[in-house]
Ligand binder design. Structure first.
Ligand code: ATP
Length: 316
């Protein structure tokens, strides 16, 4: 279990990450989303210990980053946006060096290097200097170093950046396998990636966490679509819990439900009023939202900061 509590970081007067708290269970893959500059990289750097937080703490299975940074980092794999590698180093040398940095030794170190080379399909490039690699191969080296030592927490910033479609599929499969025994945070602008991999999404807006929700729930909107020949929309507007009725086209209404109301109860009320007024109900279903449209609505006022002004208790 990863616990992030009240993380805050400023650059000068500018607050890049503002009081962010969340928890992630083992086995979960979380999508960390937000527009450019929202604070994703800053959070990932703080969780991985590359950047010190001004306030707050991170703990992994009860190990606090503030109190035991080295211990926590042994259980962590991080693929940053730009991997700081030595360009002249050969791939094999670099992985050996990365394994040393993670404290891997002996047979286990060798087995782990072999495993990651196989998992990222790097065997043909082991003797190539990193600076001669294509972008996609450099990315694979980054992923290989991140998964060395089978980390309990894997943080991946744009993991499929630069990969060809075949490698992208391969990488997704690899992430799923790792997530069976780890917690994974994935930051990406590719919504297909989020759809394919993530159980839950966290959305940042101007450094604040504005959404923390399961993907399946997120896709279920607060809007019902009603297909009917009933033109007296006031009948539907009058139902308690209905916020707004919009005519999408002739015979198709979208009915926005207030957040507190029960969708099922209102759906049943709508069917009653339509049928009791001698009209026909052709279809009644919950509107599905896609991630792109949710993301595009980010600047909308519905997205207010979560977890503000309270110290989140230790629940690791
Ligand atoms: P992107 O999607 O573009 O990678 P991001 O969500 O990862 O963006 P961050 O890189 O965390 O965003 O940056 C958050 C904010 O902090 C931005 O406004 C950025 O300009 C600012 N920032 C980041 N690093 C620094 C720094 N070293 N000095 C000053 N400001 C910084």
């Amino acid at each position: 279990m990863l616990n992030v509590r009240n993380l805050t970081r400023s650059y000068g007067d500018f607050v890049a990450v503002d009081d962010v708290s969340f928890s992630i269970k083992k086995g979960e893959i979380i999508g960390l989303l937000g527009h450019n500059g929202a604070g994703k990289t800053t959070i990932m750097k703080m969780i991985s210990g590359y950047l010190e937080a001004d306030r707050g703490d991170v703990s992994l299975d009860g190990i606090s980053l503030r109190n035991k940074p080295k211990l926590l980092q042994q259980h962590l794999g991080y693929l940053p946006e730009n991997l700081p590698v030595y360009p002249e180093m050969k791939v094999a040398e670099y992985l050996d060096y990365a394994a040393d940095l993670k404290g891997l030794t002996g047979e286990y170190k060798i087995a782990e290097i072999k495993r990651t080379i196989k998992a990222t399909d790097l065997s043909a490039k082991l003797l190539a200097p990193i600076q001669t690699l294509s972008r996609g191969f450099k990315q694979r080296v980054g992923v290989a170093q991140a998964i060395l030592g089978q980390p309990k927490l894997l943080i991946l910033d744009e993991p499929t950046n630069g990969l060809d479609p075949e490698q992208t599929q391969h990488m997704r499969q690899l992430i799923r396998e790792i997530a069976e025994n780890a917690t994974v945070i994935l930051s990406t602008h590719i919504m297909q990636e989020v759809n394919a991999l993530c159980d839950r999404v966290l959305v940042l807006k101007s450094g604040q966490l504005v959404l923390d929700e399961k993907l399946a729930q997120l896709k279920n909107s607060q809007t019902l679509i009603v297909e009917t020949n009933c033109v007296d929309h006031d009948l539907i507007s009058a139902i308690s819990g209905v916020k707004k009725v919009v005519v999408e086209r002739e015979g198709k209404l979208s009915v926005e439900i207030s957040k507190q109301a029960f969708m099922e109860t209102i759906a049943s009320e709508i069917s009653k009023v339509v049928i009791n007024s001698d009209h026909q109900l052709f279809a009644l279903y919950r509107q599905k939202r896609d991630l792109e449209s949710i993301f595009n609505q980010l600047n909308n006022e519905d997205f207010k900061p979560l977890n503000r002004s309270e110290e989140v208790s230790d629940a690791a």
